[in-house]
Structure formats: structure tokens, C-alpha cells
Design a protein. Structure first.
Lengths: 87, 409
């Protein structure tokens, strides 16, 4: 999976889950202010990512620092690379 | 007896006839049936009934995701109906958040659909890792009441009575008492339920679900009819905006009807089988609460679900209290039994019957069971002035309830 494919899958998964306009999603889009998510949504966001990419990230420290879509892209790409390296 | 007079100034409904009281009345007066065949029920081992009355005209996406995420279907029904009741009453947003408006809305249980989804996932591998954050808000017992309060910005009291088929009659009665006591000026009251095979199954197991008309669903249920064979489960929501008379007059609201009496009692004789004497006592308590004699009642809106025992017991009780000259009908033939919504949906129709001066007959009542012949059955639509009516609901668990409405003068 290329980085572009990962970004596209993240965006489409989150757009569907949170009914957000896919065309309006940029790396600078903030989760709380722009997308209007709250603490409950963040719980579901993690489940959406775990399901989409078949990985466990709920306990990751880095996930608590995520503020933008770009943060999610970077986090998932790094996690995928790490998992691939572990194999 | 209410210390302050309580009136109805708004009504909202989601029923098998669609959204809104106008479509509800159109269906009732046209003698339509909201019952359909549900082939999926045939796939359940041991389920003999294959009919249900499903809600129509529901546009869930009207509700913003922020509120909708914590709602199952029953809360969606209740929220849309509550929005319509508020709009009809002409309440302003600042009144919704004034603290003087409360919510009293119940359901039989929390969402059975979400509960099923949870346990299907959970039982697969005993894992919580796929469970969404809003699951609990679907299955808590006060899901409908809380979701309506959240979506409408209500800051007053939140109450969620649960008494199966008496649920929304309780919700309305207790709401009226809160206003009567001066604790709130407005109450959004009613009930909601979503269809689930568990509901039909509950009645099928105790041989109280209709299974003889699966191929002709519009012919069942058949309250009071000789060929009746049980309940048809349905879904929907009815919400009424109750208001103190003083408040309604002060803001120039249109008053649809006055709620003058409410009573409920417990029948400890059986958790499942109704008792005529207990039902009669409930209706007498409601009359006493309204401060009227039985002779003042022009119409009885029966609970009558088309079960063998329930219809007979209710008829005997009605005959004992009101005699054989007061028109009686049940709306279950049109709407099926919408469970926790039934009291409020049927009361919403009663409000319209009062306003329009029209009686809705019992659908599918072709040949009155001799055991139910002791009352005057309304067999066809009739124009008739109604000043006062009584509406009954009785629940598994031995919970009876009655409400008295009066034309506001």
C-alpha cells in the first residue's frame, strides 16, 4: 500500500464515519474545530482506523497527540511501516 | 386531581401511516391498515407470526450526526415527533432551554436492535475492541427521553417511565401531574418503540401473537372480532406537548384539548392476564381524578389488542363502568400494537377526533365476538361531537392506565 493509498483510505473511512465532506479534507483539517469531533468521536475514530488497517493502536501514546488529519496520516503511515518492518 | 389545568398544545407522530398527525388521521379515516408481511420473521425457528406494522416516512438524516449518533430507531422516531409537537405548539428555542420544559418519554426497553448487534459481536470472541462509543446511549432505558432532550436543548426534568404497553400513557399522565403541581410549565410526553423480532416473539411464545393472517396482513389484528387471533407488533412514536393552561393562554397558543384525568393501578392477580375488575377500577379512578361521572364520557378509546382474554376483560370493564351506549373503538386494527408508542399515538388520534368531531371505528371488526358484545362498538366513521373521552392502555406486568381528555372550553 502506497502512502497515497493510505491517505485516501483514511480520508474515505473518516468521511463516511463522521459524514464529513471528502473534498474538504486536507492534511491541515483539524479534528475538533473543523470536523467538529469530540471525545466520543475520538474513541470511534480509533476503531475506524483499527478496522480499516487491521491493527491495534488504542494504547499508543502518539495517538493522544493527534490534532489534524495530517497527524493521522503520519501516524498510520509510520505504524504501517513499523508493522511491515517487524515481519 | 390536577392543581393547575393542563392542556395539549402540540402533537407529533411517527406511525405506520407516516410522519405527522394529518397522515395518521388520513389513514385512520380511510380505513387503511399499516400492517405488512415481514418475510424475515419466517426465518426464525418457532416464530409463527409474520406480520408487523412498521413506521414509514422517517428521514433520520434530518437529525444532525452529533445527536443521531446516540440514537437507535426509537429515539429517531421520538425526536422527529417531538420536533413536530414543538413546531405545532409554536415554542421558541429560548422556551426549550428555559428550564420550564421537561421531557417524559419512555420505551419498553432500550434499543433491542443495538442490544442484538452488541451481543452478536461480543459473543463472537468476547471482545470489546470493536464497540462504538455511543452504544450505551442506544440501550440505556432513558435513551428516547435523553436523546430528545439533547436534540432539542431541553434543560428541565427528564423522566423515562417504562411499563410496556402502558408506557406512554404513564409518561403523559406523570407529565401532566408535574405541570399540575407547578414543577414544570411544559412537558414533552409520550413514547416510542422500534420493531424487533424479540417483541413479536414475546407475544408469540405466550400464544398472543396473530399468526392466522400472514398472507393477508391487512386483515389483522382484529380487535373484538370473533376471528381475532392476537397482537400484531408495530413501531413508531407519539409525542404530545402538555402545557399549563395559564402558560398557553399567556402566549396565545392554540389549545387542542384539555387533559383532565389520569389514573394507573396494578393488577397483582396475574403478570400476563388482565382482570376486568381491576381495569374497571382504573377507569373509575381516572373519572374521579377528572371529577366527572361515567355518563359524561362520550367515547372510549380502548386498548383492545385483539387477544382472546384482553378484549373480553376490557369489554366487561367498559360495560360495567359505562354501560352499553357509549361508543367504543380500538385503533390497533389500523396501527397494530405500537407498544410504548401506542398510548401516545392513539391519544394523538383522540385529540384529533375531539377537534374534528369524528369517531374512528375499529378496523377488521366484521363479526363481534359474543363475549365482547356487551358494549357499543363503533363500526364505521361517524361525525359526532365529543366533549369528553377516555383512553385506556394495559400492559404485561399488570399495569393499567387511563387518561381523560376534554374539549377545551
Amino acid at each position: 500500500m502506497t502512502d497515497q493509498e493510505i491517505v485516501a483510505k483514511i480520508n474515505s473511512s473518516l468521511a463516511e464515519e463522521f459524514e464529513y465532506d471528502l473534498a474538504a479534507m486536507t492534511p491541515e483539517t483539524t479534528l475538533f474545530e473543523d470536523m467538529g469531533l469530540d471525545s466520543l468521536d475520538v474513541v470511534d475514530l480509533v476503531i475506524v482506523l483499527e478496522t480499516a488497517f487491521s491493527m491495534k493502536v488504542r494504547e499508543e501514546e502518539a495517538i493522544r497527540k493527534i490534532r489534524t488529519l495530517g497527524d493521522i496520516h503520519d501516524f498510520v503511515i509510520a505504524k504501517k511501516r513499523q508493522l511491515e518492518g517487524d515481519r | 386531581m390536577l392543581l393547575r389545568r393542563v392542556v395539549i398544545t402540540g402533537v407529533g407522530t411517527i406511525s405506520p401511516f407516516g410522519r405527522g398527525v394529518a397522515s395518521l388521521m388520513d389513514g385512520l379515516l380511510a380505513g387503511k391498515s399499516g400492517v405488512v408481511e415481514l418475510p424475515a420473521l419466517a426465518e426464525i425457528t418457532g416464530m409463527r407470526t409474520r406480520v408487523a406494522a412498521l413506521a414509514t416516512g422517517v428521514e433520520a438524516m434530518e437529525i444532525p450526526r452529533k445527536f443521531r449518533r446516540s440514537m437507535s430507531n426509537m429515539s429517531i422516531f421520538a425526536t422527529l415527533a417531538a420536533q413536530d409537537a414543538v413546531a405545532m405548539a409554536g415554542l421558541a428555542p429560548e422556551q426549550l432551554g428555559s428550564g420550564r420544559l421537561g421531557v417524559s418519554i419512555g420505551s419498553t426497553t432500550g434499543s433491542p436492535q443495538t442490544m442484538e448487534e452488541f451481543f452478536r459481536e461480543f459473543n463472537a470472541d468476547h471482545s470489546l475492541e470493536r464497540m462504538k462509543s455511543t452504544l450505551f446511549f442506544h440501550i440505556m432505558n432513558h435513551s428516547c427521553a435523553s436523546n430528545v432532550a439533547q436534540a432539542l436543548g431541553v434543560t428541565g426534568r427528564v423522566l423515562a417511565p417504562a411499563a410496556a404497553c402502558s408506557t406512554s400513557t404513564h409518561a403523559i399522565g406523570y407529565g401532566a401531574e408535574m405541570i399540575g403541581l407547578g414543577k414544570q410549565d411544559f412537558m414533552l410526553c409520550g413514547g416510542a418503540d422500534e420493531f424487533h423480532p424479540l417483541t413479536s416473539g414475546t407475544f408469540d411464545i405466550i400464544n398472543a401473537a396473530s399468526a392466522g393472517f400472514n398472507d393477508t396482513p391487512h386483515q389483522t389484528p382484529r380487535p373484538f372480532d370473533l376471528r381475532r387471533d392476537g397482537i400484531v407488533c408495530g413501531e413508531g412514536s407519539g409525542i404530545l406537548l402538555l402545557e399549563s393552561l395559564d402558560s398557553a393562554l399567556a402566549r396565545g397558543a392554540e389549545i387542542l384539548a384539555e387533559l383532565t384525568g389520569f389514573a394507573t393501578n396494578s393488577d397483582p392477580g396475574s403478570i400476563a392476564n388482565p382482570d376486568a375488575a381491576c381495569i374497571a377500577q382504573c377507569m373509575r379512578l381516572a373519572l374521579a381524578d377528572a371529577g366527572i361521572e361515567a355518563g359524561a364520557v362520550d367515547y372510549v378509546n380502548a386498548h383492545a389488542t385483539a387477544t382472546e382474554q384482553g378484549d373480553i376483560a376490557e369489554c366487561a370493564a367498559i360495560a360495567e363502568v359505562f354501560g352499553a351506549d357509549t361508543p367504543v373503538s380500538s385503533l390497533k386494527g389500523h396501527l397494530g400494537h405500537t407498544m410504548a408508542a401506542s398510548g401516545a399515538l392513539e391519544l394523538a388520534a383522540c385529540v384529533e377526533m375531539l377537534r374534528r368531531g369524528v369517531l374512528v371505528p375499529t378496523l377488521n371488526l366484521d363479526e363481534v365476538d359474543p363475549a365482547c358484545a356487551c358494549v357499543l362498538h363503533q363500526r364505521e366513521v361517524a361525525q359526532r361531537r365529543i366533549d369528553t373521552l377516555i383512553k385506556n392502555n394495559f400492559a404485561l406486568g399488570g399495569v393499567n392506565s387511563s387518561i381523560i381528555l376534554r374539549r377545551y372550553v
